[in-house]
Design a protein. Structure first.
Length: 157
């Protein structure tokens, strides 16, 4: 049995304690915005927030998040809706992604957005070194210059 909150909703799941959080989110709860990439916490496609911190869900067992607050890409906009009344359907980071046309194929972007959201919540004006050390997500399309430009626009704002 696993008990945790996802996007503000309490869930009690009858699953094995060693099941990766990624599979609980995708298969048990049906939220497919969090992606499977590598399965070894290297690529970051599976990044979610656990109590606000970016976590790679593919290697995080549900037992490690017992009683914790988890936010997925699906919950990111609803959590920020009150802060941006003109575009309540997206968070500030998601809007920056749109404004700077960050995604190419888009597969890695939900994890990238979650990682950037966590960074900016703890460091609203990150240096290039902060970005490099915090955003280790892999983008096979090479959208990194646009990612950095979007982060910079948010840091300036």
């Amino acid at each position: 049995m696993a008990n945790f909150k996802v996007n503000g909703i309490e869930h009690n799941l009858d699953i094995e304690p060693d099941m990766p959080l990624l599979w609980a989110i995708r298969d048990e709860l049906g939220m497919t915005g969090t992606k499977f990439g590598c399965g070894i916490a290297s690529c970051g496609a599976c990044t979610v927030h656990v109590n606000g911190a970016a976590v790679r869900s593919c290697v995080t067992p549900v037992s490690a998040v017992e009683g914790q607050e988890i936010t997925t890409i699906e919950g990111l906009a609803s959590a920020a809706a009150g802060s941006n009344p003109s575009t309540p359907d997206v968070s500030a980071v998601q809007q920056a992604w749109i404004d700077h046309q960050v995604p190419q194929c888009g597969y890695c972007q939900s994890g990238m957005i979650m990682a950037v959201s966590s960074l900016l919540a703890s460091n609203p004006n990150p240096s290039d070194a902060d970005i490099d050390s915090s955003i280790t997500n892999v983008c096979r399309c090479g959208s990194y210059p646009r990612v950095r430009k979007a982060i910079r626009s948010l840091a300036i704002a």
